[in-house]
Design a protein around this ligand. Structure first.
Ligand code: C2E
Ligand code: CA
Ligand code: CA
Length: 510
C-alpha cells in the first residue's frame, strides 16, 4: 500500500494541475472571445443607430413641413426602408404630431414624458405591445424626433456573441434574454467596449474563474486525455518504484546470503612482469543471471546505504579467501578494495577497516583503500579526517579514476594520498596514432609534479604497456595481464607463477 501511495498521489496531482490548466485556458478564451464579440456588437449597433440618424434627418424635414399627410407617408416609407427601425415620431409642444405607423399610431405610452436623453432603453411596460425598445431622440425646433429600435434586432446582435453580454445605456441594460433592467449593483459588470458615436457600451458579467459546468461542457475531451495521462504516469511510476525497490530488496537479500563475492584482478610490475598485488572487484553471483557486474548494483547500493554491509561482507570474504594464501604472498603485497564516500562517512568505517586489517595480522600486507571522488570529497571534512586517520595507522590511500569527474586535484592537498589510479579511459586512447597520448601525458605530468605514485588501469595492448614503461609507470592493471577472476581462478593464476614473480614492488616515486 505504501508503494502505491506516492504513484496515486502523483497521478492525482497531475490530474488536478491538468484540470486547472484547462480551466484557465477556457476562462482566458472566454475573456478574449467576449472582448472581441463586444467590439463587433458595438459596430453593428452603431450601424443600426446610423439608420436612426438618417431617419431623424427625414423626420426633421417632415416636421419643418408641418407634418402634412405627405410628410407622414414619407415617415412611413422611411421606417419601412430602414429594416431595424420600429417607429419614427415627431413631438412638438408636448404632443405627438405624426408618426410612421398607420393612422399616426403610437406604441410608446406617453412618449411626450420621455426624458431628453439622446439614447435610452425602455422596458416593455412603457410600450403598448409590451416589447422593450431602444429609443433614439433628436431635438428639433419646438420639440423632438423619437425613433425606436426593435429589441429583436438588438437581441440578434447580442445573441451571436458571448452568453452574458449586455447592451448598456445609462445604467440600464438589455441582455440576450429578459426585459430592460437596471445594472446590478451587487455584481458590477465590466465594460468590454464603448461606442465612439453613441452613448452606449457593451458590458458583461465576467465569468467565475473556476466553473465546473464550463469545464465539463467545453473541456471534457482534454480532461479525458489528462485523466488517461495521469493514470498512465501513476502506473509507470508504480512499476518503476516497484522495480527499484524490488531490485534493492533482492540486493539486500543477496548481501545477507553472501552472494556478493570478490573477484581479483592482478596488479603487475610492468617492467619485470612480477605480480605486485590485486584489486578486489565486487560481483553479484545471481542464481538466474550469473555474475552481475558492479556498475549495475553499486550505484543502487550507494544510494540505499547497502554499500556499507556490502563492503563489510566483501572484506570478510577477502580475508577468509586470502588468509590461507598468505604464506605464498610476499611482504608488502597490495590488496586494494573500492570504498564509497557513503561508507567513509559512516561511524562504523574506521572500525570496519581495522577489522579488515586484523584479518591479515602477522603478515605485512598493504591494504589499499581505493576512493573515487564521485562527489567533491573536500566538501566533507569528516570524510577527509577518517581517511587520514586510517592512513596514519598504515592503510594506503589511492585516489581512483584520477582525471575523471571530480577526481583530481581538489583533494590532493587535504588528503594524504599514496597513489593515484589513472582511469582506463585515458590509457585506452594510447595507440599508434599521433597525438593519442596527449591527455595521458598531461595526467602523468601532473602526477609527477605532485610526486605521486601512479597505477595505470585498463592496459590492454603491447603499445600501451610500452608507452607506460617509457614513462616509468610501472604499476599496471588490465586485461593485457589478466581480467578480474573468481577466487578459484585467482588461485590457479597464483600457482602458475614462479615464487620470484610474486614479490613486493620496491616503491618508487615516478
Ligand atoms: P574501478 O575501481 O575503476 O575498477 C576498474 C574497472 O575496470 C573494473 O571494472 C575492471 O574490471 C575494469 N578493467 C580492468 N582492466 C581493464 C581493461 O584492461 N579493459 C577494460 N575494458 N576494463 C578493465 P568492474 O569490475 O566492472 O568495476 C567497475 C567499477 O565498479 C569499479 O571501477 C569500481 O568503481 C566499482 N566497484 C567494483 N567493486 C566495488 C566495490 O566492492 N565497492 C565499490 N564501492 N565499488 C566497486
Ligand atoms: Ca578501483
Ligand atoms: Ca577506473
Amino acid at each position: 500500500m505504501r508503494n502505491a501511495f506516492i504513484p496515486i498521489l502523483s497521478a492525482v496531482f497531475l490530474f488536478l494541475v491538468g484540470m486547472l490548466t484547462i480551466n484557465w485556458q477556457l476562462w482566458h478564451m472566454a475573456t478574449l472571445n467576449s472582448a472581441g464579440a463586444a467590439r463587433s456588437s458595438t459596430f453593428k449597433i452603431d450601424a443600426i443607430l446610423n439608420e436612426a440618424v438618417n431617419a431623424a434627418d427625414t423626420a426633421q424635414h417632415v416636421a419643418a413641413q408641418g407634418c402634412t399627410s405627405g410628410g407622414q407617408l414619407e415617415l412611413g416609407t422611411e421606417a419601412a426602408l430602414k429594416p431595424h427601425l420600429r417607429a419614427i415620431m415627431i413631438e412638438q409642444g408636448g404632443t405627438i404630431m405624426c408618426t410612421s405607423l398607420p393612422g399616426n399610431g403610437v406604441l410608446i405610452i406617453h412618449p411626450e414624458t420621455l426624458p431628453d436623453e439622446k439614447l435610452m432603453l425602455l422596458a416593455g411596460n412603457r410600450l403598448i405591445n409590451g416589447v422593450p425598445v431602444l429609443v433614439f431622440q433628436r431635438p428639433i425646433p419646438g420639440g423632438r424626433v423619437i425613433i425606436s429600435v426593435s429589441d429583436a434586432h438588438l437581441r440578434d446582435v447580442i445573441a451571436g456573441t458571448s452568453e452574458n453580454l449586455a447592451l448598456v445605456v445609462n445604467k440600464q441594460q438589455l441582455t440576450r434574454t429578459g426585459d430592460v433592467s437596471p445594472l446590478p449593483t451587487s455584481q458590477p459588470s465590466t465594460t468590454l467596449a464603448s461606442s465612439a458615436l453613441f452613448p452606449f457600451s457593451m458590458a458583461w458579467q465576467a465569468p467565475v474563474f473556476f466553473d465546473m459546468t464550463r469545464l465539463v461542457q467545453q473541456g471534457w475531451s482534454l480532461m479525458l486525455l489528462v485523466f488517461i495521462l495521469s493514470v498512465a504516469v501513476g502506473i509507470l511510476w508504480r512499476r518503476y518504484a516497484g522495480k527499484s525497490t524490488s531490485f534493492e530488496e533482492d540486493l539486500r537479500k543477496a548481501i545477507i546470503r553472501g552472494d556478493i563475492v570478490p573477484f581479483y584482478q592482478p596488479i603487475m610490475n610492468g617492467k619485470t612482469g612480477g605480480l605486485y598485488g590485486v584489486e578486489v572487484l565486487a560481483r553479484w553471483k545471481h542464481p538466474k543471471s550469473g555474475y552481475i557486474p558492479p556498475d549495475v548494483f553499486i550505484p543502487i547500493a550507494e544510494r540505499s546505504g547497502l554499500i556499507i554491509p556490502l563492503t563489510k561482507g566483501l572484506m570478510e570474504k577477502v580475508v577468509s579467501q586470502l588468509k590461507p594464501l598468505l604464506p605464498k604472498l610476499p611482504d608488502g603485497f597490495h590488496i586494494g578494495v573500492n570504498i564509497s564516500a557513503r561508507h567513509i562517512n559512516s561511524p562504523t568505517f574506521i572500525g570496519d577497516c581495522n577489522t579488515f586489517g586484523q584479518g591479515f595480522k602477522g603478515k605485512k600486507i598493504k591494504l589499499v583503500l581505493e576512493v573515487t571522488e564521485r562527489e567533491p570529497l573536500l566538501d566533507n571534512p569528516e570524510l577527509i579526517e577518517n581517511l587520514n586517520t586510517l592512513h596514519n595507522s598504515g592503510f594506503v590511500i589511492a585516489l581512483d579514476d584520477f582525471g575523471t569527474g571530480y577526481s583530481g586535484l581538489s583533494c590532493l592537498d587535504a588528503l594524504a594520498i599514496d597513489y593515484i589510479k589513472i582511469d582506463k579511459s585515458f590509457v585506452s586512447r594510447v595507440s599508434e596514432q599521433k597525438d593519442s597520448t596527449i591527455l595521458l601525458d598531461c595526467v602523468i605530468e601532473i602526477a609527477k609534479k605532485l610526486s605521486l605514485s601512479i597505477v595505470a588501469e585498463g592496459v590492454e595492448t603491447k603499445e600501451q604497456l610500452e608507452y607506460l614503461n617509457r614513462n616509468q609507470i610501472n604499476l599496471l592493471q588490465g586485461y593485457y595481464f589478466g581480467k578480474p577472476v573468481s577466487y578459484v581462478e585467482f588461485i590457479k593464476f597464483l600457482l602458475s607463477k614462479p615464487k620470484e614473480d610474486i614479490r613486493a614492488y620496491e616503491e618508487e616515486k615516478v
